[in-house]
Design a binder for this molecule. Structure first.
Ligand code: FE2
Length: 301
């Protein structure tokens, strides 16, 4: 079993330097990774042909137009192979950790290393991008670790000055959801912000840490196979909300039906009652302790 501690994953940087970059939303790259050999020997990753032959599930294929998951379709493995070979369609294979149990402890160790809450959505993904193709400019809401297994792929990475800490992904040229738009600081760009971007090349054995929200697009110089470990962790808001409901429903008053809203006779009474509950909550909240809440959350691990 491989050691997925931050010290072992990023030996040239070490845990402390990695975390400084992590906290600053700065990508980190480790080339010539010693884990390439072991990871390449995992099921599905030894060759592109093996991936098509043995993958037991549907595959997501980029359709014509925007090369991105926002414009993808689930197809059978044989259909995916045809699309890849005939049209160079980009493919991604969801959650290989369902079929490669060895990957689960790696995900778990990395989640713990980052101190992410137990109800983080942790998963792996395999990406296959044909030579001369790439992925359209976008950002993701998740934290991403990308192991380049085969082929070389160029990446362009740029800081996100449109929206800090996005809770959902966004692809340039597509519509942002009303919620994402509600907290964007400026309009979404029409094009990738090339002037602020850095260009890197991943080759077999390169490991890239891609922070959430960073703009990126890619171009495969040769058939590119990569294994991703991604984490969609709860925000502070999610953390609190997960507790808030369980706390509020201990009271019969909070469990009461929210009714007669806007009613001319009883509406004012409903509103006053709700205001009273909010008042009581605001007093209660002042005694809440972050350490006690976090202890409760970590106990669920
Ligand atoms: Fe992405």
């Amino acid at each position: 079993m491989l050691d997925f501690s931050l010290d072992s994953l990023f030996p040239e940087h070490g845990r402390h330097e990695f975390l400084e970059n992590y906290l600053g939303h700065t990508p980190v790259i480790q080339h010539d990774h010693p884990y390439l050999k072991e990871l390449s020997q995992l099921p599905y990753l030894s060759s592109i042909d093996e991936l098509f032959q043995s993958w037991p599930d549907q595959v997501n294929a980029y359709q014509k137009g925007t090369a991105d998951e926002v414009n993808s379709l689930e197809v059978s493995s044989s259909e995916a192979q045809k699309l890849y070979k005939d049209q160079g369609a980009g493919l991604f294979f969801d959650d290989p950790n369902r079929f490669i149990p060895e990957l689960n402890p790696y995900l778990e160790q990395l989640r713990t290393e980052l101190g992410l809450a137990p109800f983080t959505y942790s998963r792996s993904l395999i990406y296959l991008i044909a030579a001369g193709k790439g992925t359209h400019a976008h950002f993701d809401q998740n934290i991403n670790f990308i192991f380049q297994i085969k082929g070389t792929k160029k990446w362009w990475l740029a800081p996100n000055e449109t929206v800090a800490n996005p809770l959902e992904r966004y692809t340039i040229g597509h519509e942002a959801s009303p919620e994402l738009s509600s907290y964007a600081e400026r309009p979404f760009p029409q094009e990738f912000p090339t002037e602020k971007a850095i260009e890197i090349e991943l080759r077999p054995g390169s490991l890239l840490f891609l922070p959430k929200g960073v703009w990126h697009k890619t171009f495969a110089e040769s058939g590119s196979l990569s294994l991703n470990f991604t984490f969609t962790p709860p925000s502070w808001a999610d953390l609190l909300l997960s507790l808030l409901r369980s706390r509020l429903i201990q009271s019969p008053h909070w469990r009461e039906t929210a009714h007669l809203l806007g009613d001319s006779e009883y509406g004012p009474h409903s509103e006053a009652h709700f205001q009273q509950l909010i008042q009581e909550l605001s007093t209660d909240v002042q005694s809440w302790k972050a350490d006690e809440i976090l202890e409760f959350i970590l106990k669920q691990d």
